[in-house]
Design a protein around this ligand. Structure first.
Ligand code: CA
Length: 619
């Protein structure tokens, strides 16, 4: 009997990968194999495979396939993991077997190297406008996936922090609306599995780095969504998080190494002292207190200094980029992971995709801090980054102050924005900053300005014409608002028309108020105008010192000049044009883009109270 079992165990078990594109448990004793497949043709030709199975560390892996060899095998601290590194420099696309042997017992697993498809990975730049979507709250395209067996956090639309059922299918169904509005990129909040007990809707507590949450769809539906969006002229920017995972992540019960997480025993929270990354006086104690603390009790802090984990995280970003055909990555909580790891993370991705674009979240009011992370920056401490872009939180904070401050600073009410833009010399590439009036973590712009129509329009014109890449949060175009609360759950409200039981539908316009429809049309017109204005995409910026409540800047190139003027005064103003001669260059005619009328440029220009004026100057 014993001998028979040994004979059975001695058989070579060949178990092919499952036909779908996500990792699954298999009956061969191997519970996990990540990445689920890979590609030939990358610059970096060593591939790490994380393999998990009972006592797998006791096995010896081997590969007998042309052009592929095991370059090294790393074992962690758990007996159940192997990290198999393959040299695939000379590999051809196709399937091969990885054999795991121990005392004559053999288990084999088929692995696939795919051929890369040219043209699927895209990019974005300052010709684009991003639409930020929180998928659980945008549109429920597939009510059948609202609740999924084995996932505890059930549908609860009455709860601001509950799941509302929005999904990838909902975004897919409304791509035409998004394209028609003039958006050319969608930054989608995280969609990877969040098998958390509650508040899982936002997606920032990853429990499987290689699997789309089934309540949003599947890896295949995400990929198909990206492909369909590309066909409609829209790129998809993926929201990734390397700083932390979710406390229900599958590896939490059996960590591969003792160094996989930071402070696993104390679970002390991050001090959020983000400036310790730049501070010349910072103690090591405080640097660790910030970078190694947990972001939340339910979000274990990942130790990117563990070399096995570092490779895992880098490959994960490249896997999604290649698999889905992304046009960009948005990296969450950028100053929280180990910053030297982020150098390598950005280097490796940009090495594979030199024309790719990425944006990091550094929520600082200071361009000294945000510019530290941008590619090409010569930092005093020698820190090197390959990150192409950052969010322009300093500009968002400055414009917010201009539009809402009851006590204007000395000079002009516009001085905070004017002076901030003067600090653009700090950035190697100011045009690659992502600029935004709001996002999923702050009050919506219409709420920020206390639901003032004029201020909302000023903000919209500002972001549509300022240097950089504008990003609007879904619903900003119809002035979604949440007066009286800054609750994230309330900010991330359902988009009208995304659910069958809504009274209004912003996709069709049905049931919208006149004000909402007007705001939507204003946004559509503005963004579609921007879409064909190379002078906004690539032109230079010149600003003039604001006087009183009036601020003017120009976007210009050899062919075109656009003048943008904001008046925050309660009265009409006759603006003396003499000091703008440098850019007006004697022009006497202009086209008012928003009013679609001709404007005479005399000695003065009439500015309506609390208004934005967008002029194409006729030379
Ligand atoms: Ca759904």
């Amino acid at each position: 009997m014993t001998r028979n079992i040994a004979l059975v165990a001695g058989l070579i078990l060949l178990v092919a990968c499952s036909s779908d594109d996500s990792p699954t448990a298999a009956a061969d004793g191997i519970d996990r194999l990540e990445p689920p497949f890979w590609w030939t043709g990358f610059e970096h030709t060593e591939l790490q495979l994380l393999v998990k199975g009972d006592d797998l560390a006791e096995y010896t892996p081997s590969v007998a396939a042309p052009g592929i060899s095991v370059s090294r095998v790393e074992r962690g601290d758990s007996p159940n993991y192997l990290f198999v590194y393959l040299d695939i420099a000379a590999a051809s696309p196709g399937e091969f077997d990885i054999v795991f042997e121990k005392d004559g017992e053999r288990v084999a697993r088929t692995y696939e190297l795919r051929a890369r498809e040219a043209g699927r990975v895209g990019t974005y730049d300052s010709s684009d406008v991003m639409y930020l979507i929180t998928p659980d709250r945008f549109a429920n395209g597939d009510p059948a996936n609202d609740n999924v067996e084995d996932y505890d956090d059930r549908l609860d639309r009455e709860d601001d922090y509950g799941r509302h059922g929005g999904d990838i299918e909902g975004m897919r169904q409304h791509l035409d609306y998004i394209a028609d509005m003039g958006f050319t990129q969608i930054w989608v909040n995280p969609v990877l599995e969040n098998a958390m007990q509650k508040s899982s809707y936002h997606g920032y507590a990853t429990t499987d780095f290689y699997k789309v949450d089934p309540r949003f769809g599947s890896n295949e539906s995400y990929r198909a969504f990206v492909d369909e969006a590309r066909d409609k002229g829209i790129g998809i920017i993926k929201d990734l998080i390397v700083n932390h995972a979710g406390s229900e992540h599958w590896w939490m019960d059996d960590l591969p190494t003792t160094t996989w997480l930071n402070v696993p025993d104390t679970r002390s929270r991050s001090t959020h002292a983000r400036t310790t990354n730049q501070d010349p006086y910072a103690s090591e104690y405080d640097k660790a207190g910030h970078a190694d603390g947990w972001f939340a009790d339910t979000m274990p802090d990942l130790n990117q200094r563990d070399p096995l984990f570092a490779d895992y995280l880098i490959q994960n970003a490249i896997w999604w980029t290649e698999y889905a055909g992304l046009s960009g990555i948005r990296q969450d909580t950028y100053p929280y992971p180990d910053k030297h790891f982020m150098t390598e993370w950005t280097r490796r991705i940009m090495q594979e995709y030199p024309d790719f674009n990425m944006v990091g979240e550094e929520w600082s009011p200071s361009p000294n801090v945000t510019s530290y992370w941008q590619r090409g920056k010569q930092n005093p401490d020698g820190y090197v980054s390959y990150l192409p872009g950052v969010f322009d939180f300093p500009l968002q904070i400055a414009l917010h102050k201009v539009l809402t401050d009851d006590e204007p600073p000395w000079g002009s009410i516009w001085t905070p924005v004017y002076e901030l833009l003067g600090h653009d010399y700090l950035y190697p590439e100011p045009m690659n900053l992502v600029i935004m009036p709001d996002n999923h973590d702050m009050s919506r712009i219409f709420t920020q300005v206390d639901e003032d129509e004029n201020l909302w329009r000023i903000a919209m014109v500002f972001y549509a014409t300022m240097r950089g890449i504008p990003q609007l949060y879904y619903g900003t175009e119809i002035q979604m608002s949440h007066p009286g609360t800054d609750s994230h759950g309330a900010i991330r409200e359902e988009f009208p028309g995304g659910w069958d039981d809504h009274d209004s539908n912003a996709f069709t316009g049905e049931g919208l108020s006149d004000q909402e429809s007007a705001a939507q049309e204003f946004t559509r017109k503005l963004l579609n105008w921007r879409k064909q204005k190379d002078v906004i995409h690539n032109g230079k910026l010149m600003q003039f010192t604001p006087l009183g409540n009036v601020y003017a800047y120009f976007r210009y190139d050899d062919d075109e000049t656009v003048m943008v003027v904001f008046n925050l005064d309660d009265d009409e103003i006759d603006l003396d044009l003499a000091r703008f001669a440098e850019r007006l260059q004697g022009a006497t005619q202009a086209h008012d883009v928003l009013g679609d009328t001709a404007v005479e440029l005399g000695d003065t220009l009439e500015l309506a109270p609390r208004s934005a004026l967008l002029l194409e100057i006729s030379h």
